[in-house]
Design a protein around this ligand. Structure first.
Ligand SMILES: NC(=O)c1ccc[n+]([C@@H]2O[C@H](COP(=O)([O-])OP(=O)(O)OC[C@H]3O[C@@H](n4cnc5c(N)ncnc54)[C@H](O)[C@@H]3O)[C@@H](O)[C@H]2O)c1
Length: 344
């Protein structure tokens, strides 16, 4: 569903898979004409209802506000569904998708593409091996002169990737978030934002922007022993490990006023070889495999729900100007308790 910028990539990779036949559904006749011209083997249809009886699964790559109605309908008809990020635009809608999938015995998977990215997987292995030491913080930037969205702000558009990457790398979920967001162009949505995600063991700082002259897709992991940078735009050094660090040196010694309060360690910068495989190809291939085998996807609907809960917390943080708990995260209350009840 949806033959736009991203849906056309799904169509390309799915059409290249053996024994997969693709039907493109889009409300735009122009987009359907484009699909037919580029991929002569695909069928096209203007409405899901016209073809739902003929398909096993639906990939939803339409604007975020349409994800819930389309995915819920497909799941309700017993079809397996892969929904793009963000899985839904509210926690109740995301919960309803998970429940509908369970009720109808259908697979529900969310398109957190970076969790299928070989470089992100390698970075997680590096963190788990302990070579970076204790993780002090993660810093992420996803900037561009980006496509302004009609139905969501820049956080709901871009930060699902960074929330999913940070939580995948740390194997933890954020429990609270604080946000600074700014609406520069138009009246509709924030187009620049900075997030602080509080994980049980560390913090991640995420900068997302539709209003930046440079395209940046970078995750920096600062460890006590070493530091690593994952640059998704680099051709051949997507991960670099810096053997550098800073140690306290007499910082608490009141007599040592003229000395530096820290000492620096510097060493090699290394870049592990990460064979390139298109993450979307891996992700969509995994979806097909899960349908065929009944295996639970690596990014099931519950994972999409976890990220939507964090996004909902960013909305509350913006509205209140304060740090907001991620309701439903481990150790955090499942729902917002109204203040009158909280006081009693
Ligand atoms: N995983 C990733 O890395 C990644 C990257 C980019 C976009 N996305 C996600 O993919 C989705 C689509 O983004 P995009 O940039 O391709 O948007 P887009 O605007 O380029 O394309 C959306 C398409 O959906 C069609 N459409 C709209 N409403 C529809 C409906 N009710 N039924 C059928 N078709 C409908 C439009 O005509 C259009 O062709 C979004 O959820 C976005 O967040 C994911």
């Amino acid at each position: 569903m949806g033959y736009g910028y991203w849906g056309s990539k799904h169509v390309r990779v799915l059409s290249s898979m053996p024994d997969v036949s693709v039907t493109v559904v889009d409300i735009s006749p122009e987009r359907l004409r484009d699909a037919a011209a580029r991929c002569p083997t695909v069928r096209t249809a203007a409405h899901l209802g016209h073809v739902i009886d003929d398909v096993d699964a639906v990939v939803v790559a339409t604007p975020p506000s349409t994800h819930f109605p389309i995915a819920n309908r497909a799941l309700g008809a017993g079809r397996h569904v892969l929904v793009e990020k963000p899985m839904a635009t509210s926690v109740p809608d995301a919960e309803a998708l998970v429940a509908t999938a369970a009720r109808h015995g259908a697979q529900l998977m969310v398109g957190h593409t970076f969790e299928y990215n070989p470089a992100v997987r390698r970075l997680r292995d590096i963190i788990r091996s302990g070579v970076l030491g204790r993780i002090l913080y993660i810093d992420a930037a996803r900037l561009n002169l980006g496509q302004y969205q009609r139905d969501v702000n820049v956080i709901w558009d871009l930060a699902p990737h960074d929330i999913s990457i940070a939580s995948y790398l740390l194997d933890e979920l954020p429990v609270s978030t604080a946000v600074w967001a700014c609406r520069n162009i138009g009246r509709r949505h924030a187009d620049v934002a900075y997030l602080r995600l509080d994980f049980p063991t560390t913090h991640a700082f995420v900068h997302v922007s539709w209003l930046n002259p440079n395209k940046v897709r970078r995750t920096t992991v600062v460890g006590e022993q070493k530091m690593a940078i994952y640059d998704d735009l680099s051709d051949n050094e997507r991960i670099r490990i810096y053997d550098i660090g800073v140690d306290p040196a007499g910082a608490d010694d009141a007599q040592a006023t003229g000395d530096m309060p820290v000492s620096y360690r510097t060493g090699d910068i290394t870049s592990p070889y990460v064979p390139f495989r298109e993450p979307l190809m891996i992700q969509d291939g995994h979806f097909v495999e899960c349908i065929r085998t009944g295996r639970q996807p690596d990014t099931p609907g519950e994972r999409g729900l976890e990220v939507v809960r964090v996004l909902a917390a960013t909305d509350r943080a913006i509205a209140t100007g304060q740090s907001s708990p991620v309701f439903g995260a481990p150790g955090v209350a499942p729902v917002l308790v109204p203040s009158s009840r909280a006081a009693s």
